[in-house]
Design a protein around this ligand. Structure first.
Ligand SMILES: Nc1ncnc2c1ncn2[C@@H]1O[C@H](COP(=O)(O)OP(=O)(O)OP(=O)(O)O)[C@@H](O)[C@H]1O
Ligand SMILES: [Mg+2]
Length: 262
């Protein structure tokens, strides 16, 4: 594997703006750049040349109808599905063929579609599974329960027996405990009541304020656009609009007949 194919060094996608005390007057730098990204399944191409620039800091919303290729896009970024052509650059380094575990070690965390937890393990065990990324189990648990007190009450409970909202909270907590620079979230809202979705996105906004860049794929367009710093709309594997959340929101109903209402 040549150096251009390796993942960024540890802290590669962690940005200087990540700490509360960091100087936020500096212009944000791109944390992720996609150029001409194509991917598919077998002979069927699903992403037809995606160009995107995500600046460090804030929440970047990815909207679009069912089957547009949003989940495929996140899988390709996370190294879980190969791009057929194009480039992926994270914090200035090309990572096209980087392995998912290398990307995770360098500060990328994905919450996949569905519930990103192990249902047959307890909350505590779900948290312990991320110790391979470096931190000690006791540290992870201490920090997690301080930030997500609701999970402390559930530490001995099997994740699969918790409510959908609590499972997504655990998925968020697992990612946060890896100290990510870039957090990818695929439809956090799936199957959840609007009130729970609002609460979860308040947590996501808090995580973003702590310096983590978030890319969130979402069907609840208004909720995510309310906290996003920029947004794109993807339909049938192409970016059809990119801009400020208010601009995107006003164009949304004309771009696709998806579930734009909350
Ligand atoms: N494992 C797979 N094998 C073959 N085709 C797939 C596979 N996964 C997805 N696809 C197809 O690729 C296209 C894009 O799917 P993808 O899941 O990326 O869309 P999406 O925008 O995330 O949709 P949704 O909003 O329903 O989650 C769809 O046509 C889908 O049927
Ligand atoms: Mg999807």
């Amino acid at each position: 594997m040549s150096s251009s194919m390796t993942a960024p060094s540890p802290n590669g996608v962690r940005q200087p703006g990540q700490t509360e005390s960091a100087d936020r007057t500096l212009d944000p730098q791109p944390i992720l750049e996609l150029r001409g990204l194509r991917a598919g399944y077998g002979a069927i191409e699903v992403l037809h040349g995606i160009d995107l620039t995500v600046l460090a800091g804030g929440i970047f919303a990815v909207l679009g109808p069912n089957g547009a290729g949003k989940s495929t896009l996140l899988k390709v970024i996370a190294g879980l599905h190969p791009a057929s052509s194009g480039t992926i650059t994270m914090a200035g380094r090309e990572v096209n063929r980087a392995r998912p575990d290398d990307l995770a070690r360098s500060g990328l965390c994905l919450i996949p579609e569905g519930r990103g937890v192990f249902p047959n393990l307890t909350v505590e065990e779900n948290l312990r599974l991320i110790t391979h990324l470096g931190a000690r189990a006791s540290e992870i648990e201490e920090r997690t329960y301080a930030q997500f007190p609701q999970l402390a009450d559930r530490r001995k409970q099997l994740a699969g027996t918790m409510s959908g909202g609590e499972q997504q909270m655990l998925a968020l907590a697992r990612c946060v405990a890896t100290d990510p620079g870039l957090l990818l979230i695929d439809e956090l809202s799936m199957g959840l009541a609007p009130r729970i979705v609002e609460t979860l996105y308040e947590l996501v906004a808090e995580i973003a304020r702590s310096g983590v860049t978030v890319i969130a794929v979402e069907q609840f367009a208004r909720t995510i656009l309310g906290i996003a710093s920029s947004a794109v709309v993807i339909t049938t594997g192409r970016v059809v609009m990119a801009g400020r959340p208010d601009q995107v929101e006003s164009e949304l109903s004309g771009l696709y007949l998806g579930n734009v209402a909350d």
